[in-house]
Design a protein around this ligand. Structure first.
Ligand code: KPL
Length: 310
């Protein structure tokens, strides 16, 4: 029997993870192409929410949830927008129902979860996305697109390289600024530096991004943090700057997003698990395994974990 050719990307896209990032893409990708994957146990058949775009009036979004027994064989793309810590389990429960040709695009913050997916789904084309789009959900279940930013998408394995142009073309149909990236690992590291230098401080100090800059707790630790990051990145053979340049980048983003509540502060405030293990925790583990200094990243990781338990 002749093999069926893989379906064209952009007709049956699943979004795994219906948080802010998943709902943003769900609201903007072409009508009738998106189905959301619910958490186990969810019963409803439709996911309805208000969407407030960057400009213009709010509108209603109404997307289908895939049922737990739905036939997913015509799926042509999966956008994985779950939190880093939830991703391996969420993927594993989906994989048995997906054809192996279906590309997975990983949107997780930090590093570590991507490697686990590569190990669990070696036959799938795997890509990663690094996005600077800002979106949050309000208490009245409105998804607010709060700030525009670029999204970079690149392949994490050989099969991913083959589908990158098609995946990017489909994502661009959302109207969000989306670009192909040949070195997505370097982009993920750049984002990791920013998140490692802002998020734990905002969570510990319970303040918006810009307020960390004048705080003694931040000023006493930021050079040590950047030294640890720069040494690790040099060791990993990544394009990096000096520790001073990393500090400059972190402080520039903290100033540019001064009034924002970071995702980690929001997680602590909402009693959700944070992504600390995939940000400073990832850096600390890598440094410790390589006998590199990790004191500041380890301290910040432990402190954020303690906050989560309060
Ligand atoms: O990406 C972010 C986050 O909150 O996770 C920053 C850059 C810190 C902006 O708030």
């Amino acid at each position: 029997m002749a093999n069926r050719p893989p379906p064209l990307i952009g007709t049956h896209c699943l979004i795994l993870g219906a948080g802010s990032v998943g709902r943003l893409w769900g609201a903007l990708l072409p009508d009738q192409t998106v189905t959301l994957v619910p958490r186990a146990g969810r019963q409803e058949t439709r996911c309805r929410y208000r969407f407030q775009p960057l400009s213009g009036p709010a509108r209603s979004v109404d997307l289908p949830w895939a049922s737990a027994v739905a036939d997913l064989s015509d799926t042509d793309l999966v956008l994985v927008t779950t939190k880093a810590q939830d991703t391996p389990d969420a993927i594993t429960s989906l994989l048995t129902r997906l054809p192996r040709s279906v590309p997975l695009v990983l949107f997780q913050n930090g590093l570590g979860s991507q490697q686990t997916v590569l190990e669990r789904a070696p036959e799938h084309p795997i890509l990663a996305a690094s996005t600077a789009e800002g979106a949050h959900r309000t208490e009245t279940d409105t998804l607010v697109h709060a700030g525009a930013g670029d999204t970079w998408v690149g392949a994490l394995n050989e099969a991913g390289r083959g589908v990158l142009p098609e995946v990017v073309t489909y994502l661009q149909a959302s109207g969000l600024d989306t670009h192909p990236e040949t070195n997505i690992e370097a982009r993920l590291w750049q984002k990791l530096v920013i998140n490692a230098g802002i998020n734990p401080f905002t969570a510990i100090l319970d303040c918006p991004n810009g307020d960390i800059l004048d705080h003694r707790f931040f000023r006493q630790r930021i050079d040590g943090l950047c030294n640890e990051l720069a040494a690790l990145m040099r060791h990993e053979g990544l394009p990096t700057g000096t520790a001073g340049e990393l500090r400059h980048r972190i402080e520039t983003v903290a100033r540019a997003t001064a009034r924002n509540t970071s995702s980690m502060r929001a997680d602590i405030r909402n009693h959700r698990q944070t992504e600390i293990d995939f940000i400073n925790g990832f850096v600390a583990r890598r440094c410790e395994a390589l006998n590199l200094a990790a004191r500041v990243n380890r301290e910040l990781t432990n402190r954020v974990k303690r906050l989560g338990k309060l």
